[in-house]
Design a protein around this ligand. Structure first.
Ligand code: NAI
Length: 456
């Protein structure tokens, strides 16, 4: 079997397809294998992109329904055409997945469709074909965690993929898990008219984010009509009936859809990894070294199937770093500066350490600035939330930035860039920001670290 490819990437999500492009740019002969008909993985097909399309559409609908009176705009009651909304989402997905296919062609990456298995280092099999390859890169992603007592029937008990294509607005959507998916999909269906109840074992939604964001999210989304039952254990799910136990008391909720959004797990089953001798942990996560290499030389892994946050952009960075290292370059990912965003309205975003994490490491200073003191936020009528900057008490280096507010997803980029360059809070505070913009609130929060915010 001749050495056909320099690199064979298994999985065409953001981690895999970006790695394939970068490897091709670096002169490697690349093969990309995808089990699904379209490229792009979870993110493009059933994750980030379609959820953002529905979040945008449902936000527009909700805004017209409730939010324009105070702008002096009176509109007749809008009518929801759910089928058209879902169709638009599908066309956005189609455009992007075709775009990825185009990028593969442009970069001369060979694409194969089918279920790939690793035979051993240097050999991958797909649809009966043996592919010889110098290196193998696993970018196989993740799948929703299934609760043993709430198996997905994809009709009543649904996963995030099902929640992106419901044929009608549920009357009562019960969401198990008030994390990222729970809040994003809960928001979509609430805006379109469903009653939405989120149940979580944790005491707060978005428990992994900074406490200030979790608190603000609970208050704001409760005001938006989402119902939260927190600190509650789900003990039984039978169709739409969800029995929970809270403070020693049992209660049964009745919904017509139950979305289980309790996390995702590495999709590493049935890939031949055990036979090939690749080490996984007890949860199926591929173990890698600092070069993204598994314990088997020539087999690498990136993205959701390796340790770390399950975020598309984290996988992309790992893909680039991994193949640059393979090419003898100095690829690197700064895990301390990976932003995370929740695309609710308002959005929640954070980069770096939370206050609790930073405090555990040493003395810190905090600057906070509310959007209600920001001219642009007031002018747009969207002044909920704040920016919080955490800096080292001695060096003033920014350790974490957390934003709850309109466009937080875009605002966090400035903080991420500056943290990548190890900037101090004063560095950010001394940068000129256009007026009037929401970004001025970021500058003001940085100023507030030294108690010198101007508009406070
Ligand atoms: P998550 O980890 O964000 O939230 C899961 C929630 O379920 C937690 O609050 C947890 O306390 C709760 N939970 C766990 N077991 C439970 C149980 N038995 N009963 C009740 N509650 C329980 O996970 P989620 O929302 O499923 O998202 C999965 C992954 O996808 C995450 O890693 C996330 O980062 C990623 N993702 C990222 C998005 C973004 O970047 N905007 C959007 C959607 C997903």
């Amino acid at each position: 079997m001749p050495d056909t490819f320099d690199l064979t990437v298994i999985g065409s999500g953001p981690a895999g397809y970006v790695a394939a492009i970068r490897a091709a740019q670096l002169g490697m002969k690349v093969c990309l294998i995808e089990k699904d008909k379209t490229l792009g993985g979870t993110c493009l097909n059933v994750g980030c992109i379609p959820s953002k399309a529905l979040l945008e559409s449902s936000h527009k609908y909700h805004e017209i329904l409730h939010g324009l009176d105070n702008h002096g705009i009176e509109v007749a009651k809008p009518k929801l055409n759910l089928a058209a909304m879902i169709k638009r989402k599908a066309s956005v997905v189609e455009q992007l997945t075709k775009g990825v296919a185009g990028l593969m062609k442009k970069n001369k990456v060979t694409v194969k469709t089918g279920w790939a298995t690793v035979k051993k280092a240097g050999v991958v099999s797909v649809e009966g074909e043996q592919i010889a390859t110098k290196n193998i890169l696993l970018a196989v992603g993740s799948t929703p965690v299934e609760l043993p007592f709430a198996r997905f029937d994809h009709k009543t008990i649904i996963d995030s993929t099902d929640a992106l294509a419901l044929p009608e607005v549920p009357k009562h959507l019960i969401v198990i898990g008030a994390g990222v998916i729970g809040l994003e999909m809960g928001s979509v269906w609430k805006r379109l008219g469903a009653k939405v109840t989120l149940v979580d074992v944790a005491a707060k939604p978005l428990a992994v984010m900074d406490d200030s964001i979790a608190d603000a999210a609970l208050e704001t989304f409760t005001n938006q009509g989402l119902e939260f039952i927190l600190g509650a254990k789900v003990t039984e799910v039978k169709g739409g009936k969800v029995t929970i136990e809270k403070d020693g008391k049992a209660q049964t909720l009745e919904g017509d859809k139950v979305l289980v959004a309790v996390g995702r797990k590495a999709a590493t089953a049935n890939l031949g990894l055990a036979e090939a001798g690749v080490t996984l942990d007890a949860r199926g996560v591929v173990q890698i070294d600092q070069n993204y290499q598994t314990n088997i030389p020539g087999i690498y892994a990136i993205g959701d199937c390796v340790p770390g946050p399950m975020l598309a952009h984290k996988g992309e960075e790992e893909g680039i770093a991994c193949v640059e290292l393979l090419a003898g370059q100095h690829g690197h990912v700064n895990y301390g500066a990976i932003p995370s965003v929740v695309y609710t309205h308002p959005e929640a975003a954070g980069v770096g350490l939370t206050e609790a994490e930073a405090k555990a490491k040493g003395d810190i200073k905090i600057g906070k600035f509310a959007f209600r003191a920001n001219g642009r936020a007031l002018a747009s009528g969207d002044a909920t939330g704040f920016v919080k900057v955490i800096a080292d008490a001695q060096t003033d280096e920014m350790l974490g930035v957390h934003i709850f507010g309109h466009n937080a997803s875009e605002l966090i980029a400035e903080a991420t860039v500056l943290m990548e360059f190890k900037a101090s809070a004063e560095d950010m505070a001394r940068c000129c920001h256009a007026h009037p913009t929401l970004a001025e609130a970021v500058k003001e929060a940085a100023l507030a670290v030294a108690n010198r915010a101007i508009h406070f």
